[in-house]
Design a protein around this ligand. Structure first.
Ligand SMILES: [Zn+2]
Length: 265
């Protein structure tokens, strides 16, 4: 079953900070699929073994961890890196493309013909969000459409795009499918449904208060708003969101609501 181990390699040359950055988390999902992540961005990196090569999804552990990730990959599978896929164009997901292209990987925008994969495109977190379903391991990579370590970020697609993206993800695989969010712990379809429910609850509450004429500060101070926000704090972090991020989340939600006046959530 799932194994979780944290690899810490200590550099004897550079102590302190280097020792902190030299760690990757490595999770085995199946014989054919691993999920790794680095400390700097916590981006979930997919490593999938095909018959004669490896596919990497979002290979960005952090700017100082490329060679460490490369070593780790080679210690897991004795196969060449053949393809690189990105869930979307943000640098915390694409930052390793150049490095792994030099290791032989070919960056491909479309995985429609990649054996054993289903690839769909949605628009929610960014203009193009790629969803990759790997059949053999029944695993769906959904990028930042779904984040289990942060609040939802549906700013590109708005309410409509977010809803359509979640529907499209739910259509893939089955009830047992593992869902790999862009960041945070792996999840399943019932937690994705919970995430959508909480997101709509959030949007509806912000809309209600905004229509009452409340300003951003007052909305932020509302205990019901704070309670809904806390539902996204899956890991029960003591301080989930910095004030600045909280404020921006409220502001950007209001922008989406105004843009989609007639869309129900
Ligand atoms: Zn992103």
């Amino acid at each position: 079953m799932k194994q979780f181990r944290i690899l810490i390699s200590i550099s004897f040359l550079i102590i302190s900070f280097a020792a902190l950055s030299n760690s990757l988390s490595v999770e085995k999902v199946s014989e054919h699929l691993y999920v790794l992540s680095g400390k700097e961005y916590t981006t979930n990196i997919g490593l999938i073994a095909l018959e004669d090569g490896l596919v990497l999804i979002d290979p960005m552990p952090g700017n100082n961890q490329f060679s460490e990730l490369d070593r780790e990959i080679r210690s897991i599978y004795d196969k060449p890196i053949t393809f690189i896929l990105n869930t979307h164009a943000h640098s915390d997901h694409t930052g390793g493309n150049e490095y792994f292209k030099k290791q032989g990987g070919k960056l491909i925008e479309n995985a429609f013909n990649l054996d054993g994969f289903t690839h769909i495109k949605v628009k929610s977190h960014s203009a193009i969000d790629n969803i990759y379903y790997h059949e053999k391991s029944n695993t769906i990579f959904v990028g930042d459409v779904f984040d289990t370590s942060w609040h939802p970020t549906f700013y590109s697609g708005g309410i409509k795009g977010f809803n359509a993206a979640i529907d499209a993800i739910l259509d893939l695989g089955d009830d047992q499918s593992l869902i790999i969010p862009g960041h945070g712990v792996p999840a399943n379809k019932s937690s994705l449904l919970g995430f959508r429910k909480n997101t709509f609850e959030w949007i509806n509450k912000i809309r209600e208060l905004n229509q009452k004429g409340w300003d951003v500060e007052r909305i932020m101070g509302d205990t019901q708003v704070q309670d809904i926000l806390e539902k996204f704090n899956v890991n029960n972090k003591s301080s989930f969101l910095p004030q600045k991020a909280y404020k921006r989340f409220v502001e950007r939600t209001i922008t989406v609501i105004k843009r989609e006046k007639h869309v129900k959530s």
